[in-house]
Design a protein around this ligand. Structure first.
Ligand SMILES: [Zn+2]
Length: 333
């Protein structure tokens, strides 16, 4: 059997098409795409309804918010940073550890995208959580959209089980401080399905009675709940990735007594606080992750909230660098 020139060209074209398809499949396997898991699979898998209580000893209660460390592998190299020797995942762990020492918080909230669909979930979670475990400060974790992805070695049940075991609180949950004067709500919003929150989670929040007389409430989500339109303090360096929040979520937030702020992440280079069109105060935490996308001009960072017993709330950002710096200390209205 022999090929004519035309048949030979067709054969080569066929092989090229097969090669391109093969490489695409291999590429999809090697790199985590931004997949979402179906609403039905997600419903009911993430825990909700746990509460934790802490005393309010001092004049101020301090919360450190860390967001989007997004560790895929402990071997990853840094992205979007000015030259740092041997920069990698350990820089993320080091920053988290330093931020805790620098701010000495009473409670830490990690608002999602702890990892990025890792094939070694234990080591990836370890890079983020070990500094927290070592600090002995109680902490809460909520999922972001990258914590559960199709190519991750763990599915959402396994990741949730791991986080529930390690964190003080995981999923939609509540921290009560003092005798309920201050309540902090963690809300698992949109981690797998853009624009969706489990109605059972919202019902649990709305039916809560122990925080009805709170003098101050704070809420934390992974995704921004709305656009920030006015009173901007800080910078918005990328478009706000705002999956249209369900009205039930916004209604639930408005029902929280004396809600001072909704803290979120997801957009790594947005660092601002501001007011949403319907009057909520929202703040970004920036990103703590060195091996995920960022901006050379935006340091890796975290956010602090100081709540005083007269219910005034102040915030500032903690920037990583040769030494840590705090910036934009201001009161939330
Ligand atoms: Zn995200």
């Amino acid at each position: 059997m022999f090929f004519t020139p035309a048949a030979s060209k067709r054969a080569v074209a066929g092989w090229l098409v097969a090669l391109v398809i093969g490489l695409s499949v291999l590429g999809a396997f090697l790199h985590c795409s931004d997949n979402v898991i179906s609403r039905n699979r997600y419903a009911g898998t993430v825990p909700y309804g746990s509460s934790f209580w802490l005393p309010w000893h001092h004049q101020q209660f301090r919360i450190l918010q860390i967001s989007d460390p997004q560790v895929e592998s402990v071997w990853d190299k840094c992205k979007d940073v000015d030259s740092i020797h041997h920069c990698g995942t350990h820089n993320t762990s080091r920053f988290i550890s330093r931020a805790i020492s620098f701010t000495n918080p009473d409670f830490v909230v990690v608002t999602g995208d702890l990892v990025f669909g890792p094939r070694s979930p234990v080591s990836a979670f370890q890079a983020v959580l070990l500094p927290l475990d070592r600090s002995s400060v109680p902490y809460a974790t909520i999922f972001g959209n990258h914590d559960v992805q199709r190519c991750s070695k763990w599915d959402e049940h396994e990741s949730a089980a791991h986080l529930r075991q390690r964190s003080t609180l995981h999923g939609t949950s509540k921290l009560m401080v003092g005798n309920g004067q201050l309540c902090v709500w963690m809300i698992d919003y949109s981690h797998t399905y853009a624009g969706w929150v489990n109605p059972a989670h919202l019902a649990w929040i709305r039916n809560d009675s122990s925080c009805r007389n709170a003098g101050a409430s704070l809420a934390f989500t992974h995704f921004p709940v709305a656009l920030l339109r006015s009173n901007i303090v800080g910078s918005l360096n990328e478009p706000i990735d705002w999956p249209r929040a369900p009205s039930e979520l916004l209604q639930t937030l408005h029902l929280l007594p004396s809600l001072k702020v909704v803290g979120f992440g997801h957009d790594h280079t947005n660092t601002a606080c501001g007011t949403t069109p319907d009057g909520l105060t929202g703040c970004y935490a920036g990103s703590a992750g060195y091996t995920t996308y960022g901006d050379r001009n935006v340091p890796r960072q975290a956010r602090v909230y100081d709540i005083y017993k007269n219910y005034r709330v102040f915030t500032f950002r903690v920037l990583d660098g040769q030494s840590l710096q705090s910036t934009e200390y201001h009161e939330l209205q």
